[in-house]
Design a protein around this ligand. Sequence first.
Ligand code: GDP
Length: 333
Amino acid sequence: MLETLSKGFRAAKNRLAAQTELTEANLKEALREVRISLLEADVELGVAETFLARVQEKALGQTVSTLLKTGKGATKVGPAEQFIRICNDELEALMRFDGEGLEFETAPAITGIMLIGLQGAGKTTTAAKLARFLEQEQGRKVLLVAADTQRPGAIEQLQTLGERIDVPVFSLPESNPLEICKRGRDHARKIKRDVVIYDTAGRLSIDEELMAELEHIKTDLNPKHAILVIDAMIGQNSVQTAKTFHERLGLSGSILTKLDGDARGGAALSITEATGVPIRFVGMGEGVDKLEVFRAEGLASRILGFGDVVSLMKDFEKVSDVEKSRRGRQTSP
Ligand code: GDP
């Protein structure tokens, strides 16, 4: 799915292959390749420009060039490899947040997690995936609250998923979302659960009614987390959607779904930089086990498609540091 992005970085590296130094002129050509692929992959324009400027600033004037002996023979480490290393670091910096999962309230307080999102984003599915993850990986006791009264079938869907993963589901037919959430939290206390996941109602698009409803729930329940579930396939729109939700509701994170599909990766690259909201998890399939803690490092490496080059550069820098400190010791009195 990340081929659009990888293609640009590959082309840029090829352009720099014969160079001995990264100059303004050859960098411009390489960065043009990257720019095209970022925009093609739906990276938000402002985010793309920021990224390119940071890479240019760090790369200009780099001249490292040497032969590095590895187990497989000698490999050339030159400006092209240095360029990829800088791109890798800056991609990670765009997505910043790395594998922290979620913070919890101190017991006996219950940790509330409010899932928010448009209809079809994958909220209900993600509620079940997250419940399973927290129970199985982190030993938590979860209650799922079915408060999506908007999408027909959402409540039954959550009940079915809850049965499959053996997590209780609270529902209250004929009631409004706020009431369902409040009663759900009371129920969690009664049956001694330490995490409550609220599957709130979405809409087909952002509207005032949706925002007001979510605002009421958030103010009233004051959950530890308000997490936006967002479909990676909606590309550039994901950034505007996330910004709007964040401005009104103060999100503590996002979960990007459908990264297994043919999403081009733009949403993953843009959302944290554009909103300041970290990606906490990614959805990698329809199954309840297809949720992964988000790792910027892993995604940057997949986008670049040069994992070997990056680790080679890291090794190279370690060797150079040792060399430098050895030389430093020899020259000191
Ligand atoms: P909701 O309206 O936000 O509650 O959306 P649903 O949870 O019903 O999900 C909408 C559709 O997206 C369903 O068909 C899900 O199976 C599918 N879906 C959710 N997450 C993922 C994911 O990470 N990958 C894929 N391929 N499909 C997903």
